[in-house]
Design a protein around this ligand. Structure first.
Ligand code: NAD
Length: 472
């Protein structure tokens, strides 16, 4: 695959300061896709300086012009959607159909939503004798993971640009190619030089240098809770704003009157999508004790349709996981689940049949999972679903809220008001009621250790703004 040499800084591809490189491999077969340069502190510094220099001009650009650039960016993403899908499939391993429907389509929708918000958002308001201005926070340092590689970039870049901020992006080392494609798209869309800068590199080098850099005003991080804690501390030392989108262990609560077959079918699909590498996946399914055995049988049947296969084959529903480390992590959790006494009713830690190469994990369902087991507490980030039984609604709520995380969740009931009442008591940032669809305008983010701040829609834009009050 095509890759650029160097870093995208101040509107051009410039040689990296050091000589380190990152090999980008295809998780489906281990082949080398491309090599990109590994930037370090010097590259981060050059990128932050470029962003700082571009800030006065971009922040003073009228919102209508910023909206026009975002509209142009959306058009470039639309024109290049197939290339985006193919790139994500190559470096992440997600099935091509999913790459088209989600990995390419979601960024197009989000970019479009911010083109509209930039044009319509009230950047000024009157409060009594004051005029309150909402101004860009300044230079943004953005660090993103690999699991929805372009979506997570656009969920930061589009609101940052809409707000009038400039930025430096450090994408995940597993998926730098789609980040390079995005830098090309920003350039093609006519965004001025220095407004968006890209430094590819390792987390502990380029990522850490960005998080600690004095020249950024906001650090926006998406990734694991462990790294989020570190970068959050670094940002706090510099009195920077910080936004953290972290891990999850979300509960799918099937209340006694709900349509069990539908809840299980949608719940299994939710966990298996993207090989389970979704921060908001409902990896714990909670079912009342009376219908628990039936739910286990339904889940084992449903997961049989999720056969691992070549991501390029349009019939494939589950591709490999992203890399060897993730493969070891996920299969390690499956072995540990069994050791702790949970019962495997589908899948397991062995390689799927016929898949000797590539990081393929068998879609796995565990029954007899208790709320305190590792399987029910820790984020696995693979195609693994745990079924837990509850005694009554209070017990379900206690289990649903009984982890350190609070990113997402689901509630199913034959009475929508009952589901809403339950959802109100869940300690989590979003809840899908009876299979409600993803809404790219609704705020997305975590309670508890799932993070700080919100992305998407108007709430996401406001993370990149600060207020100034003028009194008259
Ligand atoms: P990760 O935390 O290892 O890496 C995320 C990013 O941080 C990468 O770009 C990485 O290079 C960088 N990084 C690593 N160490 C760093 C350091 N010391 N300083 C600065 N940057 C550093 O996470 P991952 O394995 O890439 O992604 C999976 C995790 O992301 C999961 O826990 C998942 O739940 C979470 N996630 C959360 C959301 C959300 O919106 N809440 C969305 C997607 C993924």
């Amino acid at each position: 695959m095509k890759a650029h040499d160097g870093m995208f800084i101040d509107g051009a591809w410039r040689p990296a300061a050091g000589s380190g490189t990152i090999e980008v491999t295809n998780p489906a077969d281990g082949t080398l896709l491309a090599t990109v340069d590994a930037g370090g502190p010097e590259d981060v510094d050059a990128a932050v300086r470029a962003a700082r220099a571009a800030l006065p001009g971009w922040s003073a650009t009228p919102p209508a012009e910023r909206a026009a650039r975002l509209e142009a960016l959306q058009q470039v993403l639309i024109a290049r959607r197939e290339e985006i899908a193919e790139t994500v499939t190559a470096e992440l391993g997600s099935p091509l159909t999913l790459s088209r429907k989600v990995h390419a389509a979601a960024p197009i929708a989000v970019c479009g939503s911010y083109a509209q918000l930039a044009a319509e958002y009230p950047f000024e308001e009157r409060v009594g004798n004051s005029r309150v201005l909402r101004e860009p926070v300044g230079v943004v340092g953005a660090i993103t993971p690999w699991n929805y590689p372009l979506h997570q970039i656009v969920a930061k870049a589009a609101p940052a640009l809409a707000a009038g901020c400039t930025m430096v992006l450090k994408p995940a080392e597993d998926t730098p190619l789609v980040a390079q494609l995005f830098a090309e798209a920003v350039h093609e869309a006519g965004v001025p030089a220095g407004v968006f800068n890209l430094v590819t590199g390792l987390g502990q080098e380029a990522g850490q240098a960005l998080a600690e850099h004095d020249g950024i005003d906001l650090l926006s991080f998406t990734g694991s809770t462990a790294v989020g804690r570190q970068v959050g501390a670094a940002a706090a030392r510099g009195v920077k704003r910080v936004a953290l989108e972290l891990g999850g262990k979300s509960a799918n609560v099937v209340l006694p009157g709900a349509d069990l077959a539908k809840a299980v079918r949608v719940g299994v699909a939710n966990v298996m999508s993207n090989s389970g590498q979704t921060c908001s996946a409902w990896t714990r399914m909670l079912v009342d004790a009376e219908r628990y055995d039936e739910a286990v049988r339904l889940a084992a049947d449903a997961v049989a349709a999720y056969v691992t296969g070549d991501p390029l084959d349009e019939a494939t529903r589950v591709g490999p996981v992203v890399n060897a480390k993730q493969y070891e992590r996920v299969t390690g959790y499956i072995r540990r689940g069994r050791q702790e006494g949970a019962r495997i009713v589908a899948g397991g830690a062995e390689r799927p049949e016929g898949r000797e190469r590539g990081h393929y994990v068998r879609p796995t369902v565990f029954a007899d999972v208790t709320p305190e087991m590792t399987l029910a507490q820790e984020e696995i980030f693979g195609p693994v679903l745990s079924l837990i039984s509850y005694q009554d609604t209070e017990d379900a709520l206690r289990i649903a809220n009984g982890t350190v995380y609070g990113l997402a969740g689901a509630v199913w009931s034959d009475d929508e008001e009952e589901a809403v009442a339950f959802a109100r008591r869940m300690e989590t940032g979003q809840v899908d009621i009876n299979g409600g669809r993803f809404n790219p305008l609704a705020p997305f983010g975590g309670y508890k250790q799932s993070g700080v701040g919100r992305e998407l829609g108007r709430h996401g834009l406001e993370e990149y703004l600060q207020t100034k009050s003028l009194q008259f």
